[in-house]
Design a protein around this ligand. Structure first.
Ligand code: DX5
Ligand code: ZN
Length: 225
C-alpha cells in the first residue's frame, strides 16, 4: 500500500494546525516534519516545541526527518515531543548504528536517509534495524526542486537490497514528488511518498493528496518492469 507523507515545509506557517487538518482529513498517513539546522543543510526550520504543539491536533504518524549535525543530541527531544518515526541522515553522524539504536531503544520507528550522492551500500549493515529507508531525490534543504532522475535506479537498488535481506522496511522518497513523478517512484519501489510543494502549494492540499495517491496507485497496479 502506498502511503502519503505531506511535508509541512511548504505549508503556510501562520496556520499550521488548519493545514494539517486538511491533509489528515484527506487520509494522509504520515506528517513529514523537516528539521533543518543551518549546518547540515543551508536552511533552518523548527524544533521540538513546534512538533509538540502540533502533536495535540493530529493523529497522523509524525515522521521527523532530521537534517541536522550531531543528531544524537536531539533524537530524545523529538521523541519526547511526539515523533512516531525519526529518520537520521547517514552523512550526519559517524555513528549511524548508535543513532539508530538510540531511536529503537525508545520504542519508536527508525529511518535512515541518504543524500543523492550517497551510495546505497552505506545502509547495508543497518538494514536489519531500520523501519524505513529515505531516498532523497533532491539535495536536502529546500522544497520545490525537480526530482533527480538518477535516484529512480537507486530506489530499485534499495528495493532489491531489502528484498535480499528479507526486510519489510518502507522506502520513502523525498523531493520533487507530484502527480507526474509519483508513479515513477512507485514503479521503482517507493512505498511512502513525501510531497511538499505539490500538496501545500496547491489551493486544496487535501485534493492534492488524493490526486497524487491516485496517480501512484494506478502505477502500482501495473506489472513490475
Ligand atoms: C527537502 C525536504 C523535503 C521537502 C520536499 O530538504 O526534505 O521534505 O519538503 O519538498 P518538495 O516536495 O517540494 O520537493
Ligand atoms: Zn524531508
Amino acid at each position: 500500500m502506498i502511503k502519503m507523507a505531506p511535508s509541512l515545509l511548504a505549508a503556510d506557517f501562520s496556520r499550521l494546525a488548519e493545514q494539517i487538518g486538511r491533509v489528515e482529513a484527506a487520509g494522509a498517513e504520515y506528517l513529514h516534519l523537516d528539521i533543518m539546522d543551518g549546518h547540515f543543510v543551508p536552511n533552518i526550520t523548527f524544533g521540538p516545541p513546534v512538533v509538540a504543539a502540533l502533536r495535540k491536533d493530529s493523529n497522523m504518524i509524525f515522521d521527523v526527518h532530521l537534517m541536522i549535525e550531531n543528531p544524537e543530541q536531539y533524537i530524545g527531544g523529538f521523541i519526547d515531543a511526539g515523533a512516531d518515526l525519526v529518520t537520521v541522515h547517514a552523512e550526519s553522524t559517524p555513528h549511524l548504528h548508535r543513532a539508530i539504536q538510540m531511536i529503537k531503544n525508545r520504542g519508536i520507528k527508525a529511518g535512515v536517509a541518504l543524500n543523492p550522492s550517497t551510495h546505497p551500500s552505506v545502509v547495508e549493515y543497518v538494514l536489519g534495524m531500520v523501519d524505513l529507508v529515505l531516498v532523497m531525490a533532491v539535495n536536502p534543504g529546500f522544497g520545490g526542486q525537480d526530482l533527480i532522475s538518477a535516484m529512480l535506479p537507486k530506489i530499485r537498488t534499495i528495493r532489491d537490497m531489502l528484498q535480499t535481506a528479507g526486510s519489510p522496511a518502507e522506502i520513502q522518497v523525498d523531493g520533487g514528488i507530484g502527480i507526474k513523478t509519483a508513479p515513477l517512484a512507485v514503479e521503482a519501489g517507493a512505498t511512502v511518498l513525501v510531497a511538499g510543494s505539490s500538496v501545500f502549494g496547491r489551493p486544496d492540499p487535501g485534493q492534492a493528496v488524493r490526486e497524487i495517491r491516485k496517480s501512484a496507485i494506478k502505477e502500482q497496479d501495473q506489472p513490475r518492469k
